[in-house]
Design a protein around this ligand. Structure first.
Ligand code: BGC
Length: 742
């Protein structure tokens, strides 16, 4: 399966773009950020198969089955006499997790397993920059390698169906195209380091509530158009492994779901790698293996009692499963091992590097492109330090760190710069910082031993507010660092509401009242109801659980050393009930959940139903202004297999350099089938110097306009007229062009 062509289906924008547009000859072509990376699909080879068959012929059933299940929290068993090593896995996606005891979740407390903390999913996708995703992948891949891992349990690419999802902070987007544009370079980046990704969680694992049992019911078109494209794109790019999710789809658990594993993944998509279960997500022996699961991982039972351990051996001995089926799994595992140089040419395997200055710098680069400027109506930002004598730094998130907390994968990191440390690093020494915590984490329950899903308190601490008001009153400006943290947003529990916890709205209003020059920074992984905050402030920034360098990047944005260029990777709704899963009363379900909104996930719902969000998908301001001028296409009418090239002339009319993500949405008002009002089909992030005008190329294939026709089980491009809508966000469209498809 040699792939030497640079072709990733549906991701035309990642291909080198031909300069075939009718562009204004006088203007230079934009330096297209996403063009700089040459996305090389992983060369996932089957050339070792004959050699692998010979090894399998020498194996006993016990040896084969040893490879099919965990024998510690994160490893399988090898076969020493045949030089088959164990397969070593490690959690991502925020950084390589610390080492644990063999059979518990207790950390070993080593001093050599620190790792770089990279920005969480929302931060990475908010860069809208595939180059950043490649850098992320390469860096975390190198760290995984240096830590001796074969498989990194990342990236996590489920679609964000609800803003209150416990793992929204880990996932990338509500949009399948942006999701794939980040997931693919992440994947090939990791795998360039001789470490395999494990794309998770396949599939429709879109909620934490009842995640171990819930049966997800959705129509085929929605599955294909919304929930599967990023998975398919990473498989096309050569992903080595996939993680089967906890939940069911149409009555069958994902780790034994014949339709999803055999028919789609291995059949239609031709996946040649390994399917690994999520931890303790397996419910059967024979059914799982026959339907496509290769490795069972988990922590609940003695490892020999796993479904894919002794029970599978017993079934084999009793003739309930063909040994050839088991051989198939063993072969796929060794195929991945050979590709990773875990077997075969082990000497030339990359060695990686841990906590290197380069990785810290890459974490900084990613963070500095991820921060979203939401509001700046009085131009308080960037904050000038001329004549500034004092600054009130307020809020629990000023000093808080985000590498770990809650349930699930965290990173034990040596360095994480908090917002406060970032400011101290960047502010001139003569400026006085007046700190007040302002609010504190508190809960309306006694479950102090729970790291997730606790009942949040919404009460303000009046004494803390008084302190904050005092700090703000005596300072020239106030900066509030509010939002959530890793306990508020966590794997294993969804949030109950969108409300900002711990009385933060009251704090923000009081501080703003005390000092009109108040800047609010929300640090969070997923949406919160910011209506009140938005009303009481003129300067609003969104940042993320943003990695080892999060605080430095944030300080640089506040002080204008970095011009913000992040854009929201999801819709920030006014109220929870405006969001599709909640508007249709189809979250979280009980034994089953029906995705009643169908294809209208995220902005597709808001735009089609004409519901005003607080901030729309793709939104993010800059300290400069971008003028969109002409939009041209290379032709008016295209064949169904053509590529559509679009050129947009954009000027930076402000006085500082900046980066803009030009977004292209497509509408098809005359369609014979129900469609979303618009869908993102291309984007390009470009750097434009102050005063400069650039031609920005965008492209996509006519086949990207297809919808999934359930009656034909096929993708269909309707002939007819399509409107290309080009803009700075999904709700800030600056130019349109109409094209026809024959
Ligand atoms: C999570 C996975 C993770 C695994 C191992 C599960 O609870 O869903 O994402 O990789 O644990 O830590």
């Amino acid at each position: 399966m040699k792939r030497n062509v640079l072709l990733i289906t549906g991701l035309t924008a990642l291909l080198p773009i031909l300069n075939s547009c009718k562009e204004d000859g006088k203007q230079p072509i934009a330096e297209v950020v996403s063009q700089e990376i040459k996305i090389q699909p992983t060369e996932f080879s089957t050339k070792y198969d004959a050699e692998i068959d010979k090894i399998i012929a020498q194996m006993t059933p016990e040896e084969k089955i040893g490879m099919l299940h965990g024998n510690s929290m994160f490893t399988t068993t090898g076969v020493e006499r045949l030089h088959i090593p164990e397969l070593k896995m490690g959690d991502g996606p925020l950084g390589v997790r610390e080492e644990l005891e063999r059979d518990t979740w207790t950390p070993l407390g080593l001093d050599n397993d620190f790792a770089t903390f990279f920005p969480a999913g929302g931060g990475l996708s908010a860069t809208w920059n595939p180059e950043m995703a490649a850098l992320f992948g390469k860096s975390i891949g190198a760290e995984a390698r240096a830590r001796g891992k074969d498989i990194l349990l990342a990236p996590a690419i489920n679609i964000i169906r609800t803003p209150v999802g416990g793992r929204t902070f880990e996932y990338f987007s509500e949009d399948p195209f942006l999701n794939a544009m980040i997931a693919v370079p992440y994947t090939t980046g990791v795998q360039s380091q001789d470490v395999g990704v494990c794309i998770k969680h396949y599939a429709v694992n879109n909620q934490e509530t009842n995640r171990g049992t819930v049966d997800v019911l959705l129509d085929e078109r929605t599955l294909r158009e919304i929930y599967l494209p990023a998975f398919k794109a990473t498989i096309d790019a050569g992903a080595y492994s996939v993680m089967g999710a906890y939940n069911k789809l149409r009555g069958h658990y994902l780790c034994e779901n014949e339709y999803m594993l055999q028919d789609i993944l291995k059949g239609e998509w031709g996946f040649k790698g390994i399917v690994i279960s999520d931890w303790a997500a397996v419910h059967s022996s024979v059914k799982s293996v026959e339907n496509g699961l290769d490795i069972e991982m988990g922590s609940n039972l003695a490892f020999d009692d796993f479904y894919l351990a002794n029970p599978l051996l017993d079934s084999l001995k009793a003739g309930k499963i063909d040994e050839k089926t088991i051989d198939g799994s063993v072969k796929r595992i060794m195929r991945v091992m050979f590709n990773l140089k875990r077997m075969g040419d082990t000497l030339s395997r990359k060695k990686g590097g841990l906590n290197t200055p380069e990785h810290i710098e890459n974490a900084y680069k990613i963070a500095s492109e991820s921060i979203v400027l939401l509001k700046n109506t009085e131009n308080l930002l960037p904050l000038s330090t001329d004549n500034l004598q004092s600054i009130a730094v307020i809020g629990d998130n000023a000093e808080r760190k985000f590498a770990s907390g809650g349930f699930g994968a965290g990173v034990k990191t040596k360095s994480e710069v908090s917002a406060m440390e970032g400011l101290k690093n960047r502010l001139p020494e003569n400026i006085t910082i007046n700190y007040a915590q302002g609010y504190k984490e508190s809960y309306d329950d006694n479950q102090t031993n729970m790291s997730y899903g606790r009942k949040l308190s919404y009460e303000a601490d009046e004494a803390m507010i008084a302190e904050a008001v005092e700090a703000a009153t005596k300072s020239d400006v106030a900066v509030i660092f509010a939002g959530s943290n890793r306990s508020v947003e966590s794997e294993a529990a969804d949030r109950e509401t969108l409300q900002l916890p711990f009385g933060q709205e009251k704090l923000i209003a009081a501080v703003k009242n005390a000092n009109p020059k108040t800047i609010v920074v929300i640090i969070a992984g997923g949406p919160f109801d910011l209506r009140k905050v938005e009303q009481s402030t003129s300067a609003l920034i969104w940042s993320w659980f943003n990695g080892s360098e999060g605080g430095n990047a944030l300080a640089d944005v506040i002080l204008g050393n970095i011009n913000p260029s992040g854009k929201l990777p999801w819709t920030l709704p006014k109220e929870l009930k405006d969001s599709p899963a909640h508007a249709t009363n189809s979250f979280p379900g009980d034994e089953s959940v029906t995705y009643k909104e169908g294809i209208l996930v995220g902005y597709r719902w808001f735009d089609t139903q004409k519901i005003e969000p607080l901030y729309p998908f793709g939104y993010g301001l800059s300290y400069t202004d971008f003028q969109y001028n002409q939009v041209n296409t290379d032709m008016d009418t295209y064949d169904k297999n053509a590529t559509i090239h679009v050129n947009v002339k954009i000027s930076n009319s402000g006085s500082i350099d900046g980066k803009e993500t030009v977004q292209l949405y497509v509408s098809q008002p005359g369609s014979n089938v129900d469609k979303a009002f618009q869908e993102l089909k291309a984007f390009n992030k470009v750097a434009i110097k102050a005063g400069e005008t650039l031609n920005v190329p965008l492209s996509f294939k006519a086949s990207d306009l297809a919808y999934y026709d359930e009656s034909k089980s096929a993708w269909v491009v309707e002939p007819g007229t399509y409107t290309l809508r080009i803009g700075s966000s999904s709700r800030d469209i600056r130019g349109e062009q109409t094209i026809s498809i024959k």
